[in-house]
Design a protein around this ligand. Structure first.
Ligand SMILES: *[C@@H]1O[C@H](CO)[C@@H](O)[C@H](O)[C@H]1NC(C)=O
Ligand SMILES: *[C@@H]1O[C@H](CO)[C@@H](O)[C@H](O)[C@H]1NC(C)=O
Length: 366
């Protein structure tokens, strides 16, 4: 306050101008001779022009921006197979966080009820079909890998996918206590009769979108991965009918491969009759040789490294809940009555509700 009054009185009484104005030459082109206001004005104009040029260039380039998915050399890190398949997991036994009419059984109970079962060549995870009047929800299983991952190439050899009214099966990755901060990658997911193909989707905290260039054969369902919008639909891509359910099982299943790297997350599906030899050999699969992915989630508008980390692989079969049990979805899928009544009363209907895997592999870049 005091200082500005001082300055005002100097101006009023016509004090001599500051020395630099006294040395003015006649050339207005020399910036040294410009007054303070002029210099600020010119600087502002230059900044505005640069901003406009950069904005235009980025605006033009943006639609074609695409990551460089250059070849990575993968080496086998983990194998999930054989009689100890289920030893690699924790069994989740709490209330279902997604509102399902389900009772998740622990490891011992699952073995006794034969809900999880593994031989040297195959592993099965199923819904209980023995309880005829499951009034508090039907028994099922949700397993979480003890190991956690922050990148890699994940190969799932699937023989059978679960389906049937009220079922909501999924094969996915997340860090449950740190959801959605550490992200969620849905690799295989469907509900009820599951006749419309597999839904692959990412779910994240704010700031991950898929509105830009992508290279994929699947159908885009939604583009904002943020879990707090669109009732947590995530950013989803749907595969054709034979990528899930009865159609997939009838073909002997197939392989889902999910590549998770800083450039993006991509998923491929190969029917049993068309599995690339580098997957069958199991030494160093090369996604850059597999052709266009079924789903492509590039990093253009989503920092993959910060939105996805420390994730377990999870497999489960939920019943009813937020998706399968949504009344509009359940009815539109041609299922009878109320979802929870169906679960309680139709034990035999759950004979088709089982996962069967030959095995999973996880590879990391060397
Ligand atoms: C458990 O399930 C498997 C696969 O369906 C079956 O082959 C096996 O006989 C079952 N075991 C028992 C004890 O029922
Ligand atoms: C990974 O997740 C587990 C369980 O939420 C947590 O205990 C661990 O600290 C996490 N690690 C990192 C590196 O975030």
């Amino acid at each position: 306050m005091f200082l500005s009054r001082q300055n005002a009185s100097h101006a009023q009484y016509g004090d001599p101008p500051p020395p630099y104005e006294e040395t003015k030459s006649s050339s207005p082109i020399n910036p040294r001779n410009w007054g303070k206001r002029v210099r600020i004005g010119v600087a502002a104009a230059v900044i505005i022009i640069i901003a406009v040029v950069v904005g235009v260039v980025v605006g033009i380039r943006h639609p074609n921006a695409y990551p460089n998915y250059s070849k990575l050399n993968y080496a086998l890190l983990d194998t999930y197979s054989g009689t100890d398949f289920f030893d690699n997991f924790d069994y989740f036994t709490g209330y279902d966080p997604t509102g399902g009419f389900v009772r998740y059984v622990d490891a011992q109970g699952s073995q006794i009820l034969n809900l999880t079962y593994a031989t040297s060549s195959t592993a099965i995870l199923r819904v209980d079909t023995s309880e005829t009047n499951a009034i508090t929800g039907r028994k099922s299983v949700r397993i979480t890998s003890k190991k956690r991952y922050s990148r890699g190439l994940f190969v799932f050899d699937i023989v059978n996918t679960p389906y049937g009214c009220s079922t909501w099966p999924a094969l996915w990755l997340t860090d449950p206590p740190n959801w959605p901060t550490n992200g969620e990658i849905g690799v295989v997911e469907a509900v009820n009769g599951a006749t419309t193909g597999n839904l692959m989707a990412l779910h994240t905290s704010k700031g991950c979108k898929m509105g830009q260039k992508r290279e994929e054969t699947g159908k885009i369902i939604s583009k904002d991965c943020y879990s707090g919008t669109n009732t947590n639909t995530g950013c989803g891509v749907q595969g054709p009918q034979d990528t899930y359910g009865q159609a997939l099982n009838a073909n002997g299943g197939g392989v889902y491969a999910m590549e998770w790297r800083s450039e993006g997350i991509r998923m491929w599906f190969f029917p049993r009759s068309n599995i690339p030899s580098d997957i069958t050999e199991g030494v160093s699969p090369d996604p850059s040789s597999w052709g266009t992915a079924l789903a492509d989630f590039p990093n253009t508008n989503c920092d993959i490294g910060s939105h996805f980390r420390n994730q377990s692989i999870i497999a489960n079969i939920d019943l009813c809940g937020d998706w399968a049990g949504n009344a509009a979805v359940y009815t539109a899928d041609g299922c009878p009555g109320l979802c929870t009544d169906f679960v309680t009363n139709n034990a035999a209907a759950f004979e088709t509700a089982f996962w069967q895997w030959n095995g999973w592999q996880v590879y990391i870049p060397t």
